[in-house]
Design a protein around this ligand. Structure first.
Ligand code: J2J
Length: 536
């Protein structure tokens, strides 16, 4: 078993197997099965490729053999930072078949995040595009090689320069590989929602197969479905809720959009007759505006999933009339639990709630600050355990003691209330994360980088309400000498190698912070003060 992984206790594992949630299948078998029964159906489309199931399956086998040839073995971690390209899927399935564990970084991550992830996971390989949206990832790879000694191979989609082209690995002859154990870790996802440095979420074959296939079922994905990957595919939502993996399981077609902007996505929707896709709320707003421009025929769209941050009911109400498709709200987390509104839910539930749990064996507890259950219908923190919710972050023993209850529930940090129908309404959050339109900003990580700026005596990053994004980030600075400007602070963060979406949108200089009785910065009171003074 992978060192640093917390498995489910045997009693739970037996229950999940007994109830059929864990089917003893690997992620590799999802593709293998469809390639066997529908080899000529179209599996994946991007700007350069149109691969049938047979072709994608074969490509995955060749890449698996190529990785094996490099000495990459079952259990080894492979840091993957690829945009939405067909090769992402070939590589992911190659890893699943080999038992190597992809660690899924976002294309927006930079030296700080990538170095941290490579070291934490002791990755043996790093897989990148040559360039993406004007950024040269080979430069980042050079820095990483200096900082993370475990990384032995850099594999490049595109022009490799001094590194290895992924395409060269795909020249290997497929070879028989032992099937991984379905209860083993298959991939490591990035958490958006914890204190300190980003954490990794172990997902097993069995739990992630369930995640993708059960999601495909509630979303009605079948061989006629054409799913547009608009959000970055490394994110749990477009990857497996049902996303690319759920679509491939059902024999549909996965179409890769280079970015989620209407300029890229709308022509693809028209050309590929897309039926379903997933967005975060600010993008849904943008698509609603752009639909009016009439630049493309969107009539094939049947379902739009929206999640990642709270969708306003007023925005939700426009989706069906303007985009001509049904809305599905999704309240999910890479840690596991997924909630969906269902196709046959009445409109008020679809517009005003964030859905109900995917699985009958998802156990939810809504509790007060002392971990006591609140009265039914009251707001409290959501705790959850279940067949696809983690029992511990990867290699994070100390953090895990705080992040889980003694009986194994994950403390989500989300404030919710539950309706008698089981549907949840997300009311807020108690974790130190800013949700910038679905992008999660770990407050402490950014603060720690800002504290190293010479003109910063103390700092607090808070979320402030924003019409388009839900919230934006504001850095409140107690200055040391001449107060720093936003441009100076952001230049400092860029120089520390932090992803651009984490840079503060605003900077305010203050004399002091409101504090809690325990002397901690009271971010909520600080945000309220800023809004009250209308200084943001
Ligand atoms: C309010 N807050 C939400 C929603 C997530 C599907 C959809 C989203 C994610 C995701 C995901 C929300 N309304 N509808 O992985 O598979 C906030 C909560 C949650 C956190 C998880 C998926 N949907 N959130 O967003 O791991 O605070 O996953 O705990 O990035 O996003 O973030 P993440």
């Amino acid at each position: 078993m992978l060192d640093g992984f917390t498995p489910w206790p045997e009693e739970f594992a037996a229950r999940y197997r007994g109830r059929g949630h864990w089917q003893g299948r690997t992620l590799g078998s999802l593709l293998r099965d469809r390639a066997a029964d529908s080899p000529d159906l179209l599996a994946v489309v991007d700007a350069h490729r149109r691969w049938t199931y047979r072709e994608l399956d074969r490509r995955a086998d060749r890449l698996a053999a190529g990785l094996d040839g490099l000495g990459i073995r079952a259990g080894d971690r492979v840091l993957v930072q690829l945009p939405n390209v067909a090769e992402f899927l070939a590589l992911a399935f190659a890893c699943f078949r080999l038992g190597a564990i992809p660690v899924l970084a976002l294309p927006a991550h930079r030296e700080a995040e990538i170095t941290h992830l490579a070291r934490l996971a002791e990755a043996v390989a790093y897989v990148i595009p040559d360039t993406h949206l004007g950024y040269d990832h080979r430069e980042l790879a050079r820095t990483l090689l200096d900082r993370a000694p475990s990384v032995r191979h850099v594999l490049v989609v595109g022009e490799p320069q001094e590194f290895t082209a992924l395409a060269d690995l795909a020249g290997a002859e497929p070879r028989a590989l032992p099937e991984p154990d379905p209860s083993e870790v298959a991939l490591l996802l990035l958490s958006g929602g914890t204190t300190g440095l980003p954490k990794l979420i172990p997902r097993t074959h069995a739990d992630y197969v369930y995640n993708a296939t059960a999601s495909a079922e509630v979303t009605g994905i079948d061989t006629d479905s054409r799913y547009l990957v608009a959000l970055p595919i490394a994110h749990n939502f477009p990857l497996a809720c049902p996303g690319a993996l759920g679509t491939l399981h059902a024999g549909g077609t996965v179409v890769m959009a280079p970015t989620p902007s209407p300029d890229d996505a709308f022509p693809l929707i028209e050309r590929e007759r897309i039926t379903v896709t997933a967005l975060v709320p600010p993008l849904a707003l943008l698509w609603l505006e752009a639909a009016d421009w009439g630049i493309a025929d969107l009539s094939s769209l049947r379902l739009l999933q929206v999640g990642g941050a709270r969708l306003k009911p007023a925005t939700a109400a426009q989706i069906e009339p303007v985009l001509g498709c049904r809305l599905q709200q999704v309240f999910g987390m890479a840690e596991g639990l997924l909630n969906f509104t269902r196709p046959d839910d009445p409109d008020d539930l679809v517009l005003e709630t964030q859905g109900r749990p995917l699985c009958a064996d998802d156990e939810l507890r809504i509790v007060d600050a002392d971990d006591r259950p609140v009265a039914p219908g009251d707001v409290g923190e959501l705790h959850v355990r279940g067949p696809y919710t983690l029992r511990g972050y990867y290699r994070a023993d100390e953090h895990n003691r705080a992040a889980f209850t003694p009986d194994g529930y994950y403390r989500s940090g989300d404030l919710v209330r539950q309706l008698p129908s089981g549907h949840l309404v997300v009311e807020g959050r108690i974790k130190d994360v800013i949700n910038r339109g679905g992008d999660k900003i770990p407050v402490e990580e950014v603060e720690n980088h800002l504290l190293t700026h010479p003109a910063v005596h103390d700092i607090a990053l808070v979320g402030i309400p924003d019409d388009a994004l839900g919230e934006r980030s504001c850095a409140c600075v107690i200055a040391h000498g001449t107060p720093p400007t936003r441009a100076e602070l952001n230049a400092h963060l860029v120089a520390s190698g932090l992803a651009a979406f984490k840079l503060p949108d605003r900077v305010r200089v203050v004399e002091d912070f409101p504090r809690t009785a325990l002397g901690k910065v009271n971010r909520r009171a600080l945000a309220a003060l800023l809004v009250e003074r209308a200084s943001v």
